[in-house]
Design a protein around this ligand. Structure first.
Ligand code: SF4
Length: 278
């Protein structure tokens, strides 16, 4: 099932809270032997499909949540949409995520071969529909694609790549337009995700002109901490947002019950409504 010499991941395999995942029990190679190789890497989603309204054909790569998320918090691991929302809870979906994640961990060369083929297909499909092709490679991960696989961005220069990240240095590199001694890929957009642990840093990043995304419940407010909030549920094409925006996302599934501060509660009983969150 491999193409050429297997390559070793430069990322550590971390923990997941996905109850359907085999990662807490088996090594990546064992998962591949058990489940077989992935049938498809890029998926559609209800959220990504909303981007069609703004002329964008978007696909998402969903890996096993947490496994490649170095800044995941207890709360976000538990309520991650990657295993708690819609069809993501199905055993078949969990197996699909595990297959992709295990292949990336074991054989990046094979993984990238499949990814390139699907990106070519997406590009052709978008062209036929006269839409902009777009991809979120970190649907449920936080892999620094710009560092590990930067060649993809030049190879697919007409594809818009976009992601959310909890890694502040990645977000800062994006807004600075710098990647080491070189330039940040022009077709890769990042939005910093707010968690219960990084609100002060996120606010400073926002003040510096970066975009941040926060999960709200029970409603997306018009303003948060004095800043205007735009409705991030309307579409998923984050690269169309302006600069210095708060993107409000409404909590889904069990995230609606979160009281850790990961989900910003806008009801009157929430303590941070009165300015104590940071
Ligand atoms: S960092 Fe994001 S993708 Fe990873 S577990 Fe947390 S919410 Fe899910």
């Amino acid at each position: 099932m491999t193409h050429g010499k297997p390559t070793r991941s430069r990322l550590r395999v971390l923990r997941t809270a996905d109850p359907g995942s085999l990662f807490p029990h088996l090594k990546p190679q064992e998962i591949l032997s058990e489940l077989g190789p992935p049938r498809q890497l890029l998926s559609s989603s209800a959220k990504a499909d909303k981007s069609r309204k703004v002329g964008v054909l978007s696909k998402v790569l969903y890996l096993t949540s947490g496994v490649f998320c170095p800044c995941a918090t207890e709360s976000c691991l538990r309520v991650c949409l990657g295993h708690t929302s819609g069809r993501m809870v199905l055993p078949t979906s969990a197996a699909a995520r595990d297959r992709r994640t295990a292949l990336y961990a074991v054989d990046q060369e094979h993984f990238l071969h499949l990814l390139r083929a699907e990106l070519h297909f997406l590009r052709a499909e978008a062209r036929a529909l006269e839409m902009v092709p777009a991809v979120r490679l970190n649907g449920t991960s936080d892999i620094p694609w710009e560092q590990l696989h930067g060649e993809l961005f030049a190879e697919f220069a007409d594809v818009r790549f976009y992601d959310y990240t909890k890694l502040l240095p990645r977000a800062k590199a994006f807004t600075a337009g710098r990647l080491g001694d070189g330039r940040w890929p022009a077709n890769y957009h990042l939005t910093l995700s707010v968690s219960e642990q990084n609100q002060a840093e996120a606010e400073a990043y926002l003040r510096s002109g970066g975009n941040i995304a926060a999960v709200f419940w029970p409603e997306i407010p018009d303003r948060w901490r004095g800043y205007e909030v735009i409705d991030g549920d309307y579409h998923d094409a984050r690269f169309l947002d302006g600069q210095g925006c708060i993107i409000g996302l409404s909590a889904k599934g069990i995230a609606r019950e979160d009281l850790s501060g990961f989900v910003v509660r806008t009801d009157a009983s929430a303590p941070w409504k009165h300015g104590s969150a940071a």
